[in-house]
Design a protein around this ligand. Structure first.
Ligand code: PLP
Length: 460
């Protein structure tokens, strides 16, 4: 299928006629027409119109080693030739799945020696729900089945994933959440804690977990799940005091702690996993995205000793699994990807060099008239657009200023995402300082053009 055989318009027409896109207003997309991405290398995308675009979102938070890495391509090709598929259901296994399980045990925190594979992050979180409930069943406490999550969390889009997530728009479609999942407030200082110090707010926000546990009944709460840094919710970096206090509360009530590391895992925060950056010892850890740098779908759950020992020793069949659990090609790509991250020292580079540099660059954006707050963590960041810098007052939602800004980003060859008026990035971990400089030029240009719009239209 040669991309030069069709014009952009022809692609767009066929797209609108047949392809229902995820999280998309179908009619509005059909009117505008999709942007057709045809190829990529390094940190740059190319579209069917010949534009070159700096991908500051790593695809969708996943292409951590950048595009076109030959090691990953070779690993997939070799495995496709050797053994393109075999399952792990009937007491069988394949070498790539075994080797990946072994390597994951090595790069994750010491309590993790076991993995359950899935095909995506959403499926991984479905596995979490099944596994957490199975664990308490096996311990003779089947009534302990409630999982506490947070508003504005994103844990995927399957029935369990969307239920664990705290997105009102998703819950409104399809009768979610499923029973046994409850939500508490998020640790978003700018919205909920501006009258106090960040550290004091962090303790307050963690305290909402204890309040929720007592409200539900401590003997009914099975687990708490959270992203170390909320990604799709707008790169919301919690105060440093938040996670240690969450850990203390989970320990106090014996509640399992689940860290959804689908974005934060594999170096994004400058540590291998976000729980290491924020000082928690999770019992379960969901991963996907960066495990293969998005080259092929793979997800899973790291299972800590506390849960694994019960599942293994108390015996009985765990009636759960996916056709593609431990898919050999996906596992081969993940192996090549993780070894590449190790060989190039990408985690250390983000921790010691590019992460701190990004933080400096974002600090400098604070002089911009539209910028009310900046946050970074490793190689992800957020810039909040506000109407009034002093009070932090937002623009009216109806203006969709974030979308205006996102339009200027695209127009100038930059992919940056808008979550409300939070402009967010999660660029590939291979970004150099010089490439970060190039990105900052594009970000500032988009902010200036957005400001010009706001002034011209009297929005300020
Ligand atoms: C993307 C994401 C998921 C869902 O992963 P899919 O592979 O899209 O199913 C789950 N949790 C978090 C934190 C994510 O960012």
């Amino acid at each position: 299928m040669n991309t030069t055989t069709r014009t952009t318009q022809e692609w767009q027409r066929a797209d609108a006629a047949h392809f229902l896109h995820p999280f998309t207003d179908f009619q509005s997309l059909a009117r505008k027409g999709s942007r057709i991405i045809t190829r990529a290398e390094g940190i740059y995308l190319h579209d069917s119109e010949g534009h070159k675009i700096l991908d500051a979102m790593s695809g969708l938070w996943c292409v951590n080693v950048g595009y076109g890495r030959q090691e990953l391509i070779d690993a997939a090709t070799r495995q496709l030739q050797e053994l393109p598929f075999y399952n792990a259901f009937f007491q069988t296994a394949t070498p790539p799945a075994i080797e990946l399980a072994e390597l994951l045990a090595e790069v994750t925190p010491p309590q993790f020696k076991h993995v359950f594979f899935s095909g995506s992050g959403s499926e991984g979180n479905d596995t979490v729900v099944r596994m957490v409930r199975r664990y308490w069943d096996l311990l003779g406490q089947p009534q302990r089945d409630v999982i506490i999550s947070r508003k504005n969390a994103y844990h995927g889009s399957t029935m369990a994933g969307a239920s664990l997530g705290g997105m009102g728009g998703m819950h409104a479609q399809g009768g979610l959440p499923i029973p046994g999942i409850v939500h508490m407030e998020q640790p978003y200082w700018h919205e909920l804690g501006r009258s106090m110090s960040r550290d004091a707010f962090g303790l307050l926000a963690a305290g909402w977990l204890e309040a929720k546990i007592l409200e539900v009944g401590a003997d009914k709460v099975a687990a708490f799940i959270g992203e170390p840094v909320q990604g799709a919710g707008g790169v919301i970096v919690p105060p440093e005091t938040y996670w240690p206090e969450i850990q203390r509360i989970c320990d106090k009530y014996g509640v399992l702690l689940v860290s959804d590391e689908v974005i934060c895992g594999f170096g994004r925060t400058g540590q291998w996993f976000g729980c290491e950056r924020f000082g928690t010892r999770p019992d379960l850890m969901t991963f996907a995205k960066g495990v293969t740098s998005g080259y092929i779908p793979l997800g899973g759950v790291m299972v800590g000793d506390r849960v694994a020992n019960v599942l293994i020793e108390r015996g009985g069949e765990f009636n759960h699994g996916y056709t593609y659990s431990g898919h050999p090609v996906a596992c081969a790509v993940a192996l090549a990807n993780i070894r590449l991250i190790q060989r190039e020292g990408l985690v250390e580079r983000v921790r010691d060099d590019t992460g701190p540099y990004l933080a400096e660059c974002f600090e400098q954006l604070k002089d911009h008239p539209l910028v009310g707050e900046v946050q970074t963590c490793g190689l992800m960041g957020a810039v909040l657009l506000v109407k009034d810098k002093a009070s932090g007052a937002p623009f009216p939602e109806a203006l969709e200023l974030g979308m205006v800004c996102r339009g200027h980003c695209f127009g100038n060859g930059l992919v940056m995402r808008a979550v409300g008026d939070r402009m967010i990035i999660a660029p590939p971990l291979v970004m150099t300082r010089a490439q970060l400089d190039d990105m900052m030029v594009l970000i500032r240009r988009a902010l200036d053009l957005t400001l010009a719009d706001a002034q011209r239209n009297g929005w300020l």
